[in-house]
Design a protein around this ligand. Structure first.
Ligand code: ATP
Ligand code: MG
Ligand code: FE
Length: 335
């Protein structure tokens, strides 16, 4: 079963063909990062325009690299939400046109389900599973009792982890997106500033990162007023240590409380070297299998959308041609 996946929720235009939800046949990603860099973040109107320019080429390229004809496909899966509405609509319109022209069924995929199913492309998913979703817009702990079932047990009460990385990077005058730059500074730093850990209530699986972000900003202001220079590496390392410690500890606690067979990490911040290392070490000690996708499958791509689409395809969960972009789409089970 071959599924064409399409992703345009933010600033990458992506298309991919995946076989049986597990094997990447082609995977094309056109990133717009360069166009948004000078604005220090994603500009929605610019994102939409880029998607319009790129989407047909990217889909064509994915089909060409897969060396398949549309008739070889079983369905078209596209990101329905959440994301920028104008960006989502470009992918959805392209998916509808492709599906209609080739008489293929259409599947609407939740972007975060996509990030989770990136794991299916690299190892068998086993249930019950705990997913740590950690990306530019989300920081959540999700228990999956089985394929296509999601129960959110914790989430951020303010900023997402990726958002905090990008804001702290801006304070340190690092280019957008800041996550990878902080990661690099932190991993080569010879010291770390001590920043608070935000645990919230005992037993809570929720997260909060805005206080940590403020602590970094205050630290910088205080030094500035004393006429002292901040050491960006020490700030990056201290910030990262705080994020990594809290995220890892809450994930471990949840994994043990829910007795899961497998823990996975998903989303752009799961590309973070420090976080990956700490999670790997922690779950090795706890004796719970832990997986995180390879770097290109952590950040936005369409293979993950096709992989999640395959699970919905098996469940017979198809979309109508009236599908609309849903910027605030909730993560719902399909099994
Ligand atoms: P969402 O998936 O929640 O809708 P998004 O699609 O914008 O948001 P992703 O593409 O999944 O987010 O991830 C992008 C985020 O990941 C950015 O905030 C970026 O700074 C962060 N990121 C990428 N690489 C790293 C890294 N090595 N360390 C920390 N953060 C990283
Ligand atoms: Mg992105
Ligand atoms: Fe994403």
């Amino acid at each position: 079963t071959y599924i064409l996946g399409i992703e345009t929720s933010c600033d990458e235009t992506a298309a991919s063909v995946v076989k049986d939800g597990t094997v990447i046949v082609s995977n094309v990603v056109a990133s717009q990062i360069e166009s948004h860099k000078r604005f220090g973040g994603v500009v929605p109107e610019i994102a939409s325009r880029h998607h319009v320019e790129q989407i047909t080429l990217v889909i064509e390229e994915a089909m060409k690299q897969a060396d398949l004809q549309p008739k070889d496909l079983s369905a078209v899966a596209v990101t329905e939400g959440p994301g920028l509405v104008g960006a989502l609509l470009i992918g959805i319109q392209a998916a509808k046109a492709f599906a209609f022209a080739n008489q293929l069924p259409l599947i609407g995929v939740h972007h975060i389900a996509g990030h989770v199913y990136a794991n299916a492309l690299e190892h068998p998913m086993e249930f019950p599973m705990l997913a740590l979703v950690i990306s530019g817009g989300h920081t959540e702990l999700v228990v999956m009792e089985e394929d296509g079932r999601f129960e959110k047990i914790g989430e951020t009460r303010d900023d997402a982890a990726g958002e905090a990385y990008d804001k702290v990077a801006r304070v340190l005058k690092l280019p957008y997106p800041g996550g990878p730059h902080i990661d690099r500074l932190a991993s080569t730093s010879d010291g770390a500033v001590e920043f608070p850990r935000v645990w919230l209530e005992e037993d809570s699986y929720d997260f909060s990162f805005s206080g940590l972000k403020s602590a970094v900003i205050n630290y910088q202001h205080n030094l500035q007023q004393k006429g002292e220079e901040i050491n960006p590496s020490h700030v990056a390392a201290g910030f990262q240590q705080s994020v990594v410690e809290v995220v890892t500890e809450k994930t471990r606690r949840a994994a043990e409380a829910y007795g899961v067979k497998q823990v996975i990490a998903a989303g752009g911040v799961a590309a973070n070297k420090g976080l990956r290392a700490k999670l790997e070490m922690t779950f090795k000690e706890a004796n719970i299998p832990f997986y995180v996708p390879s770097l290109p499958l952590c950040t936005d791509n369409a293979a993950m959308i096709a992989a999640a689409g395959y699970s919905k395809y098996k469940a017979g969960d198809f979309a109508g041609f009236d599908m609309n972009g849903r910027p605030g789409m909730p993560l719902k089970s399909w099994n």
